[in-house]
Design a binder for this molecule. Structure first.
Ligand code: NAD
Length: 468
């Protein structure tokens, strides 16, 4: 089994201990990743602190060139990285290759984004400008669903602003990050990017480490709350991108077959393991059966299998606890009267495979509706009155995104404007782009990633003022 190394201060660092990385399509370990200990984390933090002295005041063009070089290097390594993503995450190889390409695109986008110095006042009284200064050492912590794309969304703006980084991937998907991190670090001075791996306790050590000035975290709500608690005593800055329970509302003028295609992939892309995927569908009584049928037909047709095999559209669930969780949510719903129009149980083969599942006869109060399922099971609910559907869509502690599906875009846009969430879509879902601000309302997060707003999240604003 290949053993992967950490990157600290520009060097490959061997661990004292290793842990197995499981391929979710086979349930077999295929690689080993380092278990970073406290001394090694301290070394990474010291290295990042030292590197900040020069990187934080480097020429902007130096940083822009580094970001573009990183984008090019990731593109060159696209298929090597994609294979690692598929083996540890489970998604089909084509989707993994797309993830690598998107990660590179994020670096290219930020390579060109202005880091403006703005004149705010220039009159008889005085001259004032605002400049953006980096924060210092960033602790970047990522989950297992999009290991590379999510690191790109953090690293690219953090580096452009002049911060240095200690990055930790999920223990379920460390390998692609360790390899991509090595590639990225080659285009940066030693210590600007350090990559460590280990279990959840390593994340907790990072968020309470005195060297860290900013935590950029993507993961679950429960962990996000622990991170916020750890940040508080030292008033570390933080961006939290957390879970979602996105609603899709179908209007009574929609064409069921057309909307089913968009809703299906809005929910089942990445096997439903997407923070901003559709997790609840509201359908008017008049269209209920037709929409459920159209979704169920798609769920039955979709090709589920090992992501390394040609032609697969959906892979396994990433890990055993998540597999057990999805299984439990679906079986609880069925026990409480839900009907599976498609799927409803694990697929009888090795690997964490679960049938793409469409549930109806579901209601609020069932866990599959109230909680974030983060897997291949979609509840479809009836509504009578549109205002009632909007109220139910908003009646959740989450607020990541939502969508409205209709033959009349203007009518749908009016409804979408009433959704309480960070992104509101018409006839689409899951539009995450480098230039569009992405962030959650309520428990779905604090702060914004992407675009100039995401860059500002890695800066302190400094006003420079002198009287005339
Ligand atoms: P998780 O919260 O269990 O873990 C995320 C990361 O945090 C991992 O690297 C983990 O090791 C680390 N961690 C665990 N405990 C920690 C602690 N006490 N302190 C610091 N770090 C700690 O989440 P997960 O199961 O890996 O990912 C799934 C969740 O992520 C879902 O809820 C999903 O909605 C969310 N997510 C959100 C976004 C977004 O942008 N909003 C994107 C992707 C995933």
């Amino acid at each position: 089994m290949t053993q992967y190394l950490m990157t600290i201060d520009g060097r490959d660092v061997s661990p004292a201990d290793l842990f197995d990385v499981i391929n979710p399509a086979t349930e077999q370990p295929f690689a080993q990743a380092p278990q970073c200990n406290r001394a090694q984390l301290d070394e990474a933090m010291e290295s990042a602190s030292r590197a900040f002295l020069a990187w934080g005041t480097s020429e902007l063009d130096t940083r822009r060139n580094a970001l573009q070089a990183i984008a090019n290097a990731l593109t060159s390594a696209q298929y090597t990285l994609a294979e690692l993503v598929t083996k540890e995450q489970g998604k089909p190889l084509g989707a993994a290759a797309f993830e690598v390409a998107e990660t590179a695109r994020w670096f290219s986008y930020f390579a060109k984004l202005p880091l403006p110095e703005e004149t705010l006042q220039d009159d008889a009284a005085g001259h004032g400008v605002v400049v953006r200064r980096p924060l210092g050492v960033v602790a970047a912590i990522t989950p297992w669903n999009f290991p590379l794309l999510l690191l790109g969304m953090k690293l690219a703006p953090a580096l452009l602003a002049g911060n240095t980084i200690v990055l930790k991937p999920s223990p379920y998907t460390p390998v692609s990050t360790l390899v991509a991190g090595r590639i990225i670090a080659e285009h940066l001075p030693p210590g600007v990017l350090n990559v460590v791996s280990g279990g959840d306790e390593l994340g907790a050590w990072m968020t309470s480490h005195p060297a860290v000035r900013k935590i950029s975290f993507t993961g679950s709500v429960a962990t996000g709350k622990a991170v916020a608690g750890a940040a508080a005593p030292d008033l570390k800055r933080m961006t939290l991108e957390l879970g979602g329970n996105d609603a899709a509302i179908v209007l009574d003028d929609a064409d069921p077959a057309r909307v089913a295609a968009g809703i299906f992939w809005g929910a089942f892309t990445n096997n439903g393991q997407i923070c901003a995927g559709i997790k609840r569908v509201f359908v008017p009584d008049s269209l209920h059966d037709a929409v459920v049928d159209a979704l169920a037909q798609r769920a039955r047709r979709v090709r589920v299998g090992d992501g390394m095999e040609d032609g697969m559209q959906i892979g396994p669930i990433n890990n055993k606890p998540q597999f057990e969780r999805v299984k439990g949510l679906v079986s609880d719903a069925l026990a409480e009267g839900a009907i599976a129009a498609a799927g409803g149980k694990p697929i009888d083969r090795p690997g964490y495979f679960f049938e793409p599942t469409i549930l109806h006869n579901v209601r609020e109060g069932m866990r599959i509706v109230d909680e974030e399922q983060f897997g291949p099971a979609l509840p479809v609910m009836r509504y009578g009155d549109l205002d009632e559907a909007i109220a139910r869509a908003n009646a959740t502690p989450y607020g990541l995104s939502g969508s409205v599906w209709s033959s009349n875009e203007d009518r749908a846009a009016d409804v979408a404007a009433k959704l309480d969430c960070g992104s509101a879509y018409v006839n689409t879902h899951l539009v995450v782009q480098p230039h569009l601000p992405f962030g959650g309302w309520k428990w779905s997060g604090i702060g914004i990633e992407n675009g100039p707003w995401g860059l500002d999240a890695f800066c302190s604003l400094q006003v420079r003022y002198r009287p005339r």
